[in-house]
Structure formats: structure tokens, C-alpha cells
Design a protein around this ligand. Structure first.
Ligand code: P6P
Length: 336
């Protein structure tokens, strides 16, 4: 049977991330390509970081650099390397006005706004869960893209937009394979790096989180300082035979939830009364992805993460995120 391009179901088409980005751009005839170039910078960054992660022990770049980041967390050598890769690729993209990183105390302003020129702010956690590196565990990169608002007072105020204003969000999981997951507001698509050809290949489109998976993901070591509602939920879940999965890298836990269902919790604790996870470049981008896949993401008071008005780039938030049915359970059971 002769195949024509229209006959190929997506599952048989060969589409790379680069091709997908251009497909998305053609859907916006007025697009200048600026946004596409930013996504392609994230793609090449992911390939470089994946290569460095996989060779880390061979190149003796595991372990810490002996300094702390703005969060007061010990910086791993690869945290710094991944951060540099992202800064250097994004700096070369004319459409990037500024970047904010977990590893940098203040945002880096690259270009000011110009009349009639649309530019963007890119926020990222360059290597989430990097303490897993020394033991060959999964790690990830998380990114969020906001339109740069030239009208804001201080340049960095352009960053302080609620997550609902994100124009794109995604993550890269450096696991048993290197996976790039992306949403630009029209569903969630998944790509896997083919190291043989150096391209991310599209393998899933319009992902939807399965419901009914009785699995929760939380650091039970903090249980004694969890709020009472979370304790009630954990008692209930264990009475219902729930399984527990927790990798120490939120990207890996969220990727499992995206594909299989379940719920992830990082509540407030005695050590982190505001929660540990950062709103702008962890909770917001992952919340956009999870909501686009039919899930939910709320803070410790049940507020929608994407509605939280940020007041600081590095602010933290408690987080409950995952399949809608499982997040609803946490809220209902927790309410007592
Ligand atoms: P804890 C990694 O440091 C991270 O930000 C998330 O990726 C991960 O889920 C969490 O913190 C792990 O924190 O306190 O359980 O070790």
C-alpha cells in the first residue's frame, strides 16, 4: 500500500522535537520564530547536560563544589555545569530578555524591552535532585517561560507573574533514557533522546494522567512535622493499601505520575515551614504540565498553584500535585 504523508498516523511519523517546534510555529502565522529559538536552546541544553550527566563519574565531576546556592543548599559540580550550559545557550537567543535560575541569587537581565519586539523570561532549576547524581539516580531540568512585560517597573518585576501566565513549561528527565516533556498550552507532548542521532524523537502526544492509581509520593522521614491534614491523609492511604514511591528527584516522581497516575506531596515541615519547593521554577512549570494533562496542583491550603501571585523569585510553597482524583482525595480526607 502506498503511504502518503497524510496516511501516516502520528505513531508512524518520524517527528523530532525540532520538527514539532516548527509545526507549532506554523500554527501561529504571526510568529517571528523567537519563541521557537528559545525552545531549541532548551533542547540543545538538554542534550549537552545529558551527555555531562552520563559521563560525570568518568570525568570526575561528581560531588559538591563546596559552596552553597542562594537556597543555602550545597551545590553539586554538575549543578554549576548545567546552570552554565543553560545560561550560555539562552544568552545567545535574541528573544530572551532575562533568565532566573535556582543557582543564581538575582535574575540575569540580557536585553531590555524594545517597542514591537516580543521577548521572554526563562526560569529554570538546572539540575533538580542533583544529590542523586553520586548514586546514579535520576535527575532533571525544569523550565518555565513567561512573556517579558516591558511595562513593569523594575526589570525583574516582569518575572513575578502567576503561573497561569506561563506561555510554556517543561522538564527534562535524565533517567534510564533522556526524556523531554513540553507544553505550550495545548496539551503535553513527550520526546525521547535518540543518542545515536542526537535528536529528541516525539513518542507521545496529548498525554493524559490516568486516574485510579493508588500511589503517593512523599518523604515519610518528615512525617512527624507534617500538618495534621497530611497525617490524616497518610493514615487513610495506608489503610486503603496505597503504595509509596519517592525518588528524591521531583521530576522523576512527576514523570511517573504523568504516565501512571498517583499524587506527589511536599508539605510544610519543621525544616521548611513554607514548604521546600520553589514556586516560580519548580511548582509552576510542573503544575502547568500536570493541569494540561488533566491533573491538579495545589498548595498546603488547597489553593491552585497557578493562581498564586508571586512576591519573590525564590519563594517556596507546599505542594500537592498529580492525578485529579488523587489530589481530590488528599484534600477531602485531609479536611477530616
Ligand atoms: P527531600 C530536590 O532537592 C528537591 O527539590 C525535589 O526534586 C525533591 O522531590 C525534593 O527536593 C527532595 O527533598 O527533603 O525529600 O530530600
Amino acid at each position: 500500500m502506498e503511504h502518503t504523508s497524510s496516511a501516516y498516523p502520528d505513531s508512524l511519523r518520524i517527528t523530532t522535537l525540532q520538527g514539532h517546534i516548527l509545526e507549532q510555529q506554523t500554527a501561529h502565522p504571526q510568529a517571528s520564530g523567537t519563541f521557537s529559538w528559545i525552545l531549541s536552546a532548551l533542547s540543545i541544553s538538554a542534550k549537552i547536560i545529558a551527555d555531562r550527566v552520563r559521563r560525570a563519574r568518568l570525568e570526575n565531576v561528581l560531588g559538591s563544589v563546596g559552596t552553597e546556592n542562594v537556597q543555602g543548599e550545597v551545590q553539586q559540580k554538575l549543578d554549576v555545569i548545567a546552570n552554565e550550559v543553560l545560561l550560555r545557550t539562552l544568552a545567545g537567543r535574541e528573544g530572551v530578555a532575562m533568565v532566573a535560575s535556582e543557582e543564581n541569587e538575582t535574575p540575569i537581565i540580557l536585553r531590555n524591552s524594545s517597542p514591537g519586539v516580543t521577548r521572554y523570561c526563562v526560569l529554570f532549576d538546572p539540575l533538580d535532585g542533583s544529590s542523586n547524581l553520586d548514586v546514579c539516580g535520576a535527575v532533571g531540568t525544569i523550565f518555565s517561560i513567561l512573556a517579558h512585560r516591558g511595562d513593569s517597573g523594575r526589570p525583574e518585576d516582569s518575572l513575578l507573574q502567576p503561573g497561569s501566565r506561563q506561555v510554556a513549561a517543561g522538564y527534562v528527565l535524565y533517567g534510564s533514557s533522556t526524556v523531554f516533556v513540553l507544553t505550550t498550552g495545548n496539551g503535553v507532548d513527550m520526546f525521547v533522546l535518540d543518542p545515536g542521532i542526537g535528536a529528541f524523537m516525539r513518542v507521545e502526544r496529548a498525554l493524559k494522567i490516568p486516574v485510579g492509581n493508588k500511589t503517593y509520593s512523599v518523604n515519610e522521614g518528615n512525617r512527624q512535622s507534617f500538618p495534621a491534614d497530611v497525617q490524616r491523609y497518610l493514615d487513610w492511604a495506608q489503610s486503603q493499601g496505597y503504595s509509596s514511591r519517592y525518588t528524591g528527584a521531583m521530576v522523576a516522581d512527576l514523570h511517573r505520575i504523568l504516565l501512571k497516575g498517583g499524587v506527589f506531596l511536599y508539605p510544610s515541615t519543621a525544616k521548611a515551614p513554607e514548604g521546600k519547593l520553589r514556586l516560580m521554577y519548580e511548582a509552576n512549570p510542573l503544575a502547568m504540565i500536570i493541569e494540561q494533562a488533566g491533573g491538579k496542583a495545589v498548595d498546603g491550603a488547597g489553593r491552585r498553584i497557578l493562581d498564586i501571585p508571586p512576591s519573590a523569585v525564590h519563594q517556596r510553597t507546599p505542594l500537592v500535585i498529580g492525578a485529579a482524583d488523587q489530589v481530590d482525595r488528599v484534600l477531602a480526607i485531609g479536611a477530616g
